[in-house]
Design a protein around this ligand. Structure first.
Ligand SMILES: Cc1cc2nc3c(=O)[nH]c(=O)nc-3n(C[C@H](O)[C@H](O)[C@H](O)COP(=O)(O)O)c2cc1C
Length: 325
């Protein structure tokens, strides 16, 4: 199901924005076409930008990794924003600047408030969204302090604002869903890079590079006994064993097909480990059927489960290891 984050863009002590964000969330939660979650920037304190732009999706700071995971988990956003000095609140802009890929090809709508309804803040947010490859929807909710807040502090929206919010949500949900195929393409490219990292890791006998491709709790149904290898150390021990046999190792993967659904992806293809053994014999290896289950985590796409197998002859019970894809 489409997942929309309602981002509260003020962290100011005494802020009125929490009332507005709660109103948006309560109204949105009645819908059945998407799941909505409130994201309070107070819960995601970030430094002022201290590292190079995170275009790579690799973040040095734990706080930024956590924020990236939050942004990555949504398909679209409602940005609830005040206006400070005719512009976007610094805390919201800082949160937007910290990550990049995680915003890309998603949709956003705006609920703004302030002396002048926050309209100028939204105009600038639309430019920021353009840079982040976020599709901003046209309908917006604009809440002047003078008319929608009692004593400019207690939020009492007029009924017409509810209709405006519904229209905004209609658009955010529709656009977030419509952009899903684009996000799938991006995820597939990232997963293919991970598979390439396995090939490089094996060729270089680099266990640490391989470690980065698997989830710590990976469950692997590898070709060798036992029935399952549980956890990253067991998986790496299997690869380390391969390295003890081979002087020079190679890995080929053919016909890899990847299907992405949200934070989960499945890949299947045919894999073959080959190379030169320690005694100088060239080993062609055998083709196995390989299946990968990837999870999108704060460390990017990692393998949570894999299996490698050969078919077996039902009469003899022996594996058939000489098939070619
Ligand atoms: C530093 C500062 C600058 C502001 N500048 C504007 C402004 O330019 N235009 C406007 O309409 N309101 C402006 N306001 C009013 C805010 O939009 C209003 O106080 C709003 O309640 C702030 O949101 P918050 O209470 O959720 O932090 C400003 C408020 C602050 C604190």
């Amino acid at each position: 199901m489409t997942k929309i984050g309602i981002v509260l863009g003020s962290t100011r002590p005494g802020r009125v924005g929490d009332q507005v964000a709660r109103w948006v969330h309560e109204r949105a939660a009645r819908r059945e076409d998407a799941a909505f979650e409130l994201v309070d920037l107070r819960d995601h304190p970030l430094p002022h930008l201290e590292q190079p732009p995170g275009f790579s999706g690799e973040y040095l700071d734990e706080r930024i990794r956590a924020w990236a995971a939050v942004v990555a988990s949504f398909d679209g956003f409602v940005l609830v924003t005040p206006e400070y000095n005719h512009s976007v609140p610094g805390v919201l802009k800082n949160a937007m600047d910290h990550v990049y890929l995680e915003w890309n090809t998603k949709a956003a709508g705006f609920v703004s408030y302030g002396g002048a309804g926050g309209a100028r803040s939204v105009e600038q947010l639309r430019l920021v969204c353009g840079a982040l490859q976020v599709a901003d929807v046209a309908p917006q909710v604009t809440l002047p302090l003078a008319t929608e807040f009692e004593n400019r502090t207690v939020f009492k929206p007029g009924d017409h604002q509810v209709a405006a919010l519904d229209t905004l949500l209609d658009h955010v949900v529709a656009w977030s869903g419509a952009l899903a195929p684009l996000r799938g393409g991006r995820a597939e490219a990232a997963i293919r890079e991970r598979i390439d990292a396995i090939v490089d890791g094996l060729r270089n006998k680099d266990l640490e590079a391989l470690r980065r491709v698997y989830a710590p709790d990976v469950v692997s149904f590898d070709v060798e006994p036992p029935l399952q290898h549980v956890g990253i150390e067991a998986k790496l021990a299997n690869w380390a064993k391969v390295f003890t046999f081979f002087e020079k190792v190679d890995y080929e993967l053919r016909d890899l097909t990847i299907t992405v659904r949200g934070d989960l992806a499945v890949g299947h293809g045919f894999g073959r480990v080959s190379g030169t053994l320690k005694n100088g014999v060239v080993a062609d290896g055998m083709w196995v059927r390989a299946t990968f289950v990837f999870r999108n985590t704060r460390d990017g796409w990692v393998i949570g489960h894999d299996q490698a197998s050969v078919p077996f002859d039902v009469v003899t019970g022996r594996g058939v290891a000489d098939l070619e894809p």
